[in-house]
Design a protein around this ligand. Structure first.
Ligand SMILES: CSCC[C@@H](NC(=O)CCC(=O)O)C(=O)O
Ligand SMILES: [Mg+2]
Length: 367
């Protein structure tokens, strides 16, 4: 496979409704879509960084810059480039994992399309569809939250995740439990609490949550291990799990009992699979997280979520959860599941006129 260059597209897509978390509110998704052009096929990858460095230190425009100035030029120096040689070639550059993940995914997609192999098959998928949960933002009132949850349950979602923060935690969880009974329910704090909040977080224990996600800072593994001894709700880590080694350390320290795997956060789908394997070796259940991906990233996430160890519904929601019009054919929920694309590579491709309508910048980086 000979790569001629990579196109970096910055897209801006309005969300169907503002999405509020403990670190802010997003109403437009500013994302990067990479198109790797080779002599045999074109491959696509999506960068899941946020518009601002609020979820992690990465953000969309920084990813575009590091891809253009460092990561893509570094790849162009690699002889006989294959998807498995992408991450090693990018190791000299520190961080920027979502940018690296997008580039590796695009090279992998091009290679798989050229060979007629699906993403799911290449990763080791064992299912043709995956059970889906949905992430529900912080709302202005409990009635508004209950209406939103009722609508998602009506659509067929198999698990509800509530964003929480100090001042919006025990009460909304209690209200959802009281209204909807024992539905699969979990909470995500996005690092909003401190070690001293352990007693307050124990207030979630009576509600039988599947897990509480990333209550403490991303670098506070010992704090999570201490918290795990203070509360009965299983702890799931997200922001802390930046690699397979970080997953092994967190498990060894007792800092988590469940892991949210996000390929962008960990540098790519191949590292995501390694984390899956590390967790499976320790009987730690995993599920696939989300970064409001368009159909490009969503296709890859759904393929990953079909691996054997993904035992819990992920944040792999339908396209319409976030977008009125997706850049690819929309992912539609059927009986609470999304079908794993079966075509070569990602199995989906951006629709040119839709993609052009949401593109705010493009840059061609030749090899
Ligand atoms: C803008 S919030 C992105 C990070 C967040 N993601 C979600 O809540 C799920 C988003 C999605 O459905 O893609 C998380 O911390 O898990
Ligand atoms: Mg999370």
């Amino acid at each position: 496979m000979k790569i001629t260059g990579v196109e970096i597209r910055t897209v801006e897509i309005p969300l169907v409704s503002p999405f509020r978390t403990s670190f802010g509110t997003e109403d437009v998704r500013r994302a990067l879509l990479l198109r790797v052009v080779t002599d045999e096929a074109e491959g696509w990858g999506e960068c899941g960084a946020g518009t601002a460095p609020l979820y992690s230190s990465e953000y969309t425009d920084a990813a575009a810059d590091v891809l253009s100035r460092f990561l893509i030029p570094a790849l162009s120096e690699v002889r006989d480039l294959t998807p498995h040689r992408v991450a090693p070639a990018l190791t000299p550059f520190k961080g920027h994992r979502t940018a690296k993940a997008a580039l590796e995914a695009a090279v992998l997609d091009a290679d798989l399309r050229a060979r007629g192999v699906s993403f799911g098959h290449a990763l080791g998928a064992v299912r043709e569809s995956v059970p889906c949960g949905v992430s529900v933002g912080i709302m202005d009132s409990i009635p508004e939250l209950l209406d939103a949850v009722a609508a998602y349950l009506e659509e067929g979602y198999l698990r509800i995740k509530l964003k929480i923060e100090p001042g919006w935690d025990v009460e909304p969880v209690r209200a959802v439990r009281e209204r909807f009974g024992d539905i699969p329910l979990q909470a995500d704090a996005n690092t909003a609490y401190r070690r001293g909040d352990a007693g307050h977080l124990a207030g979630l224990d009576p509600f039988g949550l599947l897990l509480v996600e990333q209550p403490l800072a991303e670098d506070d593994l010992l704090g999570h291990a201490e918290l795990a001894r203070r509360i009965t709700t299983p702890i799931c880590l997200d922001e802390s799990i930046v690699s397979a080694r970080a997953a092994a350390d967190a498990i060894a320290l007792g800092a988590c009992q469940v892991v949210n795997i996000k390929p962008g956060r960990v540098g790519g789908y191949l590292e995501a699979r390694r984390i899956h394997d590390v967790c499976a070796a320790h009987d730690v259940p995993v599920w696939c997280g989300g970064m409001l991906e368009t159909g490009v990233g969503r296709a890859a996430n759904v393929a990953l979520a079909a691996l054997p160890g993904f035992l819990l519904p992920g944040d792999t929601s339908a396209s319409e959860r976030y977008y009125r019009t997706d850049v690819t054919a929309p992912f539609r929920l059927r009986d609470g599941h999304l079908a794993v694309p079966a075509g070569p590579g990602l199995g989906v491709t951006p629709i040119p006129e839709i993609l052009d309508a949401v593109t705010v910048a493009t840059e061609w980086v030749p090899f």
